[in-house]
Design a protein around this ligand. Structure first.
Ligand code: PMP
Length: 290
């Protein structure tokens, strides 16, 4: 595997960052997880927009333009012969001293890894997930805004550990007010009376690119789409529930905190949106090999 670091390609075993990089020392950096489908990079513009917004929010000057990064992403896929895969794009604050002041970091580092994707096992998509609400709440946006896709994922990791300890793969994360925010690495949706609902971004969620795509697909399919505050009660009484994310795509949820959702099986609206999403991945994206 060839990995891009600051304009050069390295073999996997030589692809290294300094122990003084503040990405490692403090989680000071940002990232994107991007998919390639059928020889095309899916939603690259949206991912680059979000990367540059994250950078702006943390006052990080990315030393490449969006167009240069897009080219590097495509080239990294090509060098690794990726047609269907997962791309991890990382920008760290760069090498500095042991103190946390980012002023000591002279140049941010850009890293691109293009690899095969590790999905949930197929059974999860067939049967649906059993998830639980966990005690760790989502970060306050007045503290570390969940819209920033930063290299500090401890908030989500703690929630993931709590879900695992409870025998589940995913966690529902509430915000400090007790409204549903999102899951540890995915946004959350419910279907109620034929309408699609998802928490507002202000509830404390990543501005998910799959979330946005699914909302657009749902509107095209004639569904009413809204973003009200949701409580756990709303989840329990939903007809259907699913999660969205670049890696996971659309994952049905059939049980939450011991309550069976709908009929306890992935529902028809979820299935329709999964089909529509897969159809879109077949025809859109930035070509890697043309
Ligand atoms: N929420 C969190 C916390 C995430 O890390 C992610 C990305 N895995 C998502 C939601 C989904 O976002 P996207 O659809 O852009 O991948």
């Amino acid at each position: 595997m060839k990995i891009f670091i600051d304009g050069k390609y390295y073999d996997e075993r030589n692809a290294k960052v300094s122990v003084f990089d503040h990405g490692l020392l403090y989680g000071d950096g940002i990232f994107e997880g991007i998919r390639a489908y059928h020889g095309r990079v899916f939603k690259i513009r949206e991912h680059l927009d979000r990367l540059f917004y994250s950078a702006k929010a943390i006052l990080l000057d990315i030393p490449m333009s969006p167009a240069q990064i897009a080219l590097a992403v495509v080239e990294t896929c090509r060098k690794n012969k990726i047609r269907d895969g997962y791309i991890r794009l990382i920008v760290t604050r760069g090498v500095g001293t042991l103190g946390l002041n980012p002023k000591t970091c002279k140049r941010p580092s850009v890293i691109i890894i293009a690899d095969k994707i590790q999905l949930y096992p197929p059974g999860v998509y067939q049967r649906g997930l059993n998830i639980i609400t966990v005690p760790t709440t989502r970060n306050l946006h007045s503290a570390l805004n969940p819209a920033i896709k930063s290299l500090n994922y401890l908030n989500n990791i703690l929630a993931k550990i709590e879900a695992n300890n409870g025998g589940c793969e995913e966690a529902v994360m509430l915000n400090a007010e007790g409204f549903v925010a999102e899951c540890t690495g995915d946004n959350l949706f419910i279907i109620k009376n034929g309408a699609l609902l998802t928490p507002p971004l202000s509830a404390g969620a990543l501005y998910g690119i799959t979330r946005q795509t699914v909302m657009e697909l749902a509107e095209e399919a004639g569904l009413k789409v809204s973003e009200p505050n949701l409580t756990r009660y709303d989840l329990f009484c939903a007809d259907e529930c699913f999660l969205t994310g670049t890696g996971a795509e659309i994952v049905p949820v059939v049980k939450i905190d011991g309550r069976v959702i709908g009929r306890g099986k992935p529902g028809p609206v979820t299935r329709q949106l999964e089909d529509d999403y897969h159809a879109l991945t077949k025809v859109s994206g930035e070509p890697i090999y043309e």
